[in-house]
Design a protein around this ligand. Structure first.
Ligand SMILES: Cc1ncc(COP(=O)(O)O)c(C=O)c1O
Length: 455
């Protein structure tokens, strides 16, 4: 199959659907500036998402943002700082722009989920800037945690290591012994069955992630013999991109039940159930009728769950918090017709923005008109009312961002803008193929020319 899939008969988004700040960043470029190829971020959107999610979660829930979704420092800072929110349960620690709440963790996230030494460094740096007096709260996940990585994590004071295998338990024990610290662990479980219909499943099937459910007792028995490790509970992250709140509630219920049973059987004092991330965002509202994840419904269901008083339930969302805080903007370099298909060729591509191909989604875009192009009218390809294929600058036909999306006139110098590019955008792309410059990262409201570039 050609990826991304054909979008026909979808029309491109009108440019007016883009926020004014995005339009301004794309249009108000200084004359003579290099062609635009940039991620534009509004970190305040991420902070508002964290506040909205937190506003729906019961008081016992903890929120640890998955840094892999977007590790841009201003985004991490905004998530840690949080946004003011009025709590339905009457908790009024954050009601209005009160500077004393910075770092309290109530409006923003409680901590970060990290999968590499670099992510741990990014998270710790955010604490240093935004909440220097607050003890960092880092949870480490991911397969193939090497001795080097585990050493870096333990030395950085990681709060919980989500352990993926017996081998990792033994490596971690060796590291903890050498560093001279006790380490709190949660055993990552790959459930035998996952009923969630997300677009990417990491559980309920053979996978490198976690310990198969039936092998958990043996792994707990091993852990109980490793003197530097304290098993505090379990971790399950078995799905991504789920939009069904009722199904997600069932999933959390399953995680809690499983944790309760497994801990009781092994005689463990259950303190932590990390239920992972996996909340989706509607990438294809027009084509597939997708609707946003119903946070209110989810929160109401969670509030009815009986949680033992000393158990911390951790949510590790990535995508939900940051997807809509980013836009990928790439300038049109060429418009060509080839054997009847119109191609819009960008200064950019899958080395910056791999989401549409890797997720096999139709990722719609808007076209923002640029200055008059230098091509003559005779050479110009008239795309008006025609479906186009949007491709990048790499020397491979795989470098395709959209197929068969009907557009208006598109000319060189226009800018194609993909909303919902804040999660798994910049971080997810394989940046070095062909050696073109990486995409810039720009905070909206800061001048792309003079503001910090965070390369
Ligand atoms: C262990 C873990 N936690 C959380 C997340 C975040 O998932 P999502 O962005 O779907 O919420 C991921 C993503 O892959 C993950 O691997």
């Amino acid at each position: 199959m050609d990826l991304p899939p054909s979008a026909a008969p979808l029309h491109a988004l009108p440019a007016w659907r883009l926020p004014p700040a995005v339009l301004a960043a794309v249009r108000d470029r200084p004359a003579g500036a290099a062609e635009i190829s940039a991620y534009l971020y509004d970190p305040t959107v991420a902070a508002r998402n964290a506040a909205a999610l937190r506003g729906c979660l019961p008081g016992w829930a903890e929120l640890c943002y998955a840094v892999k979704a977007n590790g841009f420092p201003p985004v991490l800072d905004a998530l840690l700082r949080g946004a003011p929110v009025a709590w339905p349960d009457g908790d009024v620690q954050v009601r209005g722009p009160d500077p004393s709440v910075v770092g309290s963790g109530r409006g923003g996230v409680d901590g970060f989920e990290v999968s590499s030494a670099r992510e741990a460094h990014l998270a710790l740096a955010a604490y240093g800037r935004v909440a220097p007096t607050r003890p960092p709260y880092l949870i480490a996940s991911g397969p193939a945690k090497s001795t080097t990585l585990l050493t870096a994590l333990v030395e950085s004071g990681v709060s919980i290591v989500n352990v993926e295998s017996p081998g990792e338990l033994r490596r971690l024990e060796a590291v903890a012994t050498r560093v001279g610290r006790r380490v709190t662990v949660a055993v990552r479980v790959n459930p035998a069955r996952v009923a969630l219909a997300g677009s990417l499943q990491m559980g309920g099937r053979p996978s490198a992630f976690g310990v198969p459910e039936s092998e958990v007792p043996a792994v707990l028995e091993l852990a109980s013999r490793l003197p530097h490790l304290d098993v505090a509970g379990f971790h399950v992250h078995a799905v991504s991109g789920n939009l069904d709140a009722a199904a997600h509630l069932d999933y959390v219920r399953w995680c809690l039940d499983f944790a309760d049973r497994a801990a009781a059987d092994a005689g463990i004092d259950l303190q932590v159930v990390d239920v992972g991330g996996g909340f989706g965002v509607p990438f294809e509202p027009d084509r597939r009728g997708e609707r946003p994840f119903d946070l209110d419904r989810f929160g109401e269901g969670l509030a009815r769950l009986p949680i033992p008083p000393d158990v911390r339930v951790i949510f590790e969302p990535g995508r939900l918090l940051v997807a809509d805080c980013g836009w990928y903007a790439a300038e049109v370099i060429d418009v060509k017709r080839s054997y009847g298909t119109d191609f819009v060729v960008l200064r950019g591509g899958i080395h910056h923005f791999a989401l549409p191909t890797s997720w096999e989604i139709v990722h719609n875009f808007a076209v923002v008109a640029g200055p008059a192009p230098i091509t003559t009218d005779a050479e110009a390809v008239d795309t008006d009312g025609r479906p186009v294929t949007v491709v990048g600058e790499l020397c491979t036909p795989e470098d395709t961002l959209a197929r068969d999306i009907t557009v208006g006139p598109v000319r060189p110098g226009d800018v194609v803008v993909f909303p919902l590019a804040g999660a798994y955008g910049y971080e997810f792309a394989l940046a070095d193929f062909l050696g073109h410059p990486r995409a810039d990262r720009v905070v909206l409201g800061e001048s792309a020319d003079r503001g910090p570039r965070y390369a």
